[in-house]
Design a protein around this ligand. Structure first.
Ligand code: NDP
Length: 311
């Protein structure tokens, strides 16, 4: 058996086509497009790529999408002042501060930023107000990666109600909100983490298994109930030849790519899982594109809520 591929890239394309006319309608009614401001502090090669993709996706659907850069020498105070200025901006409906922040800002820097972002512009869904509203099942701007995964599961017709779901990872940005959204869809949810005893056995109970760990290929066939839907959130740049050879058999095109480039992007799910899973998201081309699309959805929602009081 080979798992059905859950093509996040294709769904993201369809959703962008759905969003574009809604953005045009908003702009026609309001005299301006929805506006997204992305804040980038310092130099970080991976962040540069993520930010470029988000700005392009925003402009492609018709947003005003602005990059607000701060230099390496900026302080946390400079960042908070910039966020406060964007909170007051009439033309920006969404504010995203790209992670990671410089280490010099200290361990609680992200929390301090989320305490300052206006909840009605919090298109990442990370502020305490939006997290609290989500927990209570009230309308909220919800974290993009987990809400994109729910969109994918629903549109692919994967039943959630009454099913067992297992989320591996308990971060504030993926694992915890993912578990809550599955719970809201009436799945019976287990959350696992690095201290979970007998992780493969717990995961094997799941009809829907979400891996949000950050460990290349950790989820092997032994973790997967035959026929389960497996969602691979992990994005790991593998540079170790031994690990690459464990993940891909000799002759596999991804192994050839690794040998050519010296690195390959892989998820948390081992490719062998395709032999037992019923459905599986690829990496790349699964969850990642949907995260960007949900950022567009959230920005449009934020713009509507600010202007019309509707989401
Ligand atoms: P974090 O590092 O914040 O959290 C990782 C979680 O995995 C923690 O809860 C940790 O447990 C758990 N974990 C680590 N090792 C193990 C293990 N051996 N067994 C079981 N659980 C383990 O990561 P994020 O949630 O931010 O991201 C997870 C992955 O998803 C990363 O690869 C990241 O790059 C990717 N990502 C992808 C996105 C996309 O758009 N595709 C968006 C966001 C993230 P504990 O709490 O006990 O430490």
């Amino acid at each position: 058996m080979s798992a059905r591929v859950l093509d996040g890239q294709a769904l993201a394309g369809r959703m962008q086509q759905e969003i574009t006319p809604q953005v045009a309608a908003f702009a026609a009614r309001r005299g301006r497009p929805p506006g997204l401001a992305i804040v980038l502090v310092g130099q970080h090669p991976a962040s540069e790529v993520y930010v470029r993709n988000k700005l392009k996706a925003g402009r492609d659907v018709g947003f005003r999408a602005d990059l607000e850069r701060l230099p390496d020498t900026a302080s946390l105070g400079d960042l908070l002042a910039l966020v406060e200025r964007l909170n007051e901006s009439d033309v920006h409906d969404g504010i995203l501060v790209q992670a990671p922040l410089p280490k010099a800002f200290g361990p609680d820097a992200a929390a301090r930023v989320f305490d300052v972002i206006a909840p009605d512009k919090d298109v990442d869904g990370f502020t305490a107000v939006n997290v609290g509203r989500m927990v209570q099942g009230r309308p909220a701007l919800v974290a993009c990666t987990p809400s994109g995964i729910i969109e994918l599961l629903v549109r692919e017709g994967i039943p959630l109600e009454g099913r067992r779901a297992c989320v591996v990872g308990r971060s504030d940005i993926v694992g915890k909100p993912m578990a809550l959204l599955l719970l809201q869809r009436h799945a019976t949810v287990t959350i696992c983490h690095s201290k979970t005893a007998d992780l493969p056995a717990v995961c094997r109970e799941a009809d829907i298994l979400v891996a949000a760990i950050g460990r290349a290929g950790l989820v092997t066939k032994a973790f997967v109930k035959p026929g389960a839907a497996v969602i691979d959130v992990g994005m790991n740049q593998v540079t170790d030849a031994g690990l690459a050879a464990q993940l891909f058999p000799e002759g596999h095109p991804r192994l050839a790519k690794f040998r050519e480039r010296g690195s390959v992007l892989v998820g948390d799910v081992h490719p062998e899982v395709a032999e037992v899973a019923g459905a599986l998201t690829p990496v790349p081309g699964g969850v990642g594109p949907l995260t960007v699309t949900m950022l567009m959805m959230n920005t449009l929602r934020a713009a509507r809520a600010r202007m019309d009081g509707t989401r």
